[in-house]
Design a protein around this ligand. Structure first.
Ligand code: ZN
Length: 93
């Protein structure tokens, strides 16, 4: 009996067309974090033109980042909150 592994991926087949996902991902995060040079941004821009999976990933990550940035801007999270989280994580470790 053949086991089908496509049951849950039939809607996202186009998301697996990336031939070098690791490289795309690395560039993606550099661009989103604003660490990429203009040259790197240019290379990345060309790359995602031919890479639908990474283009979608980029759009998703960028919108997530925009949400986070706008929330921080409005609320201006106190640094003590971050310290509190670090303290709790350390306690769990
Ligand atoms: Zn890619």
């Amino acid at each position: 009996m053949a086991v089908s592994t496509n049951k849950t991926t039939h809607r996202t087949t186009e998301l697996s067309d990336c031939t070098d996902q690791d490289l795309c991902k690395e560039m993606l995060y550099r661009v989103i974090d604003g660490q990429a040079s203009s040259r790197e941004e240019e290379i990345f821009g060309r790359k995602i033109e031919n890479c639908m999976s990474c283009f979608k990933q980029y759009q998703y990550e960028k919108s997530m980042k925009d949400v986070i940035v706008s929330k921080i801007d409005k609320k201006s999270v106190p640094s003590s909150l971050a310290e509190d989280i670090i303290f709790k994580v350390k306690k769990l470790a």
